[in-house]
Each structure stands twice: as C-alpha cells, then as structure tokens.
Design a protein. Structure first.
Length: 116
C-alpha cells in the first residue's frame, strides 16, 4: 500500500477555490468549493456563491488548478466562467476574475483573455 499525503491528492485533482472580497477588494475568506477528478471539476453557482453570501462579499475571484499543469482554459472553464459571471450579476456579487493555476506558480487570467 502506497501512503500519500493529503496534499498529494490536491495536486492530482482539479480543485476549485473562491476568494471572497469586501468592498475594498481585500480578501476576507478563501473557500475550497469543490475537488474534482484528475481532469474535471464540476461546479454549480449555488456552491460558488454560498461562501460569498455567507461572508457578505462584494466580489469574488475564482481560481482552480489544472493537475496537468497546463494553464490554458478549457472550453468548459470558459463556459462555467460565463455562467458564474451572469449568476453574480443577478445577485450583485461581481466576479472579478477566474484564474487557472499550476504548481509552478504559472497562471492564466480569464479576465485578461476577455472572458470576464
């Protein structure tokens, strides 16, 4: 039997985080919203915005890690981002960005790519 640390599991899985911000865009909470499989993380708006609502957030930044270390957003990443931006508009909680990150401190900003 191979023993692995809990952190190894996170590096091998697609993990989705929500950073909750106040009206001055200061981070007031970070919530691990979902842990997916090695190549997918299905998130639902109610899970993403639950932590934002409970923390009285004015805005959020989304972030998830690709275990493949490729920070290019997938088609699904772009679609989920658009859905979450629209849901945030309806609730008055702005989605400021969605970052795709890797273990080497690399990242891609979906805002910089024009998807937010």
């Amino acid at each position: 039997m191979v023993r692995r640390s809990p952190l190894t599991f996170l590096r091998l899985s697609d993990v989705f985080f929500v950073m909750c911000l106040n009206t001055k865009n200061k981070v007031i909470a970070v919530h691990r919203c979902h842990v997916g499989s090695i190549n997918a993380s299905i998130v639902h708006p109610r899970e993403v915005f639950k932590s934002a609502i409970l923390n009285n957030s004015a805005a959020i930044i989304l972030c998830h890690q690709h275990p493949s270390q490729d920070t290019n957003p997938s088609r699904e990443d772009i679609e989920v981002t658009k859905r979450l931006v629209e849901a945030g508009r309806m609730m008055g909680i702005e989605v400021l960005d969605h970052l795709v990150v890797n273990a080497n401190a690399g990242y891609t900003s979906l805002k910089e790519k024009g998807y937010v």
